[in-house]
Design a protein around this ligand. Structure first.
Ligand code: FES
Length: 68
């Protein structure tokens, strides 16, 4: 079974439970999910109005399509 999830975040969600902040991945590309590992950086170059598909192993962009 597999699924495709469409995410639009280009950075993590910052959680501050007490003295040390925690960054939770919101882009879906982290290899240390649920924690941010910096893999979101390429998403900041994404073109508005497009959907990107990334390789689950390398995070390389596999393809990009214009949203309808
Ligand atoms: S928000 Fe996903 S890796 Fe940083």
């Amino acid at each position: 079974m597999a699924r495709i999830v469409k995410l639009t975040a280009t950075g993590p969600v910052k959680v501050e439970p007490s003295d040390k902040p925690i960054f939770v991945c919101a882009c879906g590309l982290s290899k240390k999910f649920p924690f941010c590992d910096g893999s979101h950086k390429p998403t900041r170059e994404e073109e508005e109005g497009c959907t990107y598909r990334y390789c689950a192993e390398t995070n390389a962009v596999l393809d990009k399509s214009r949203d309808a």
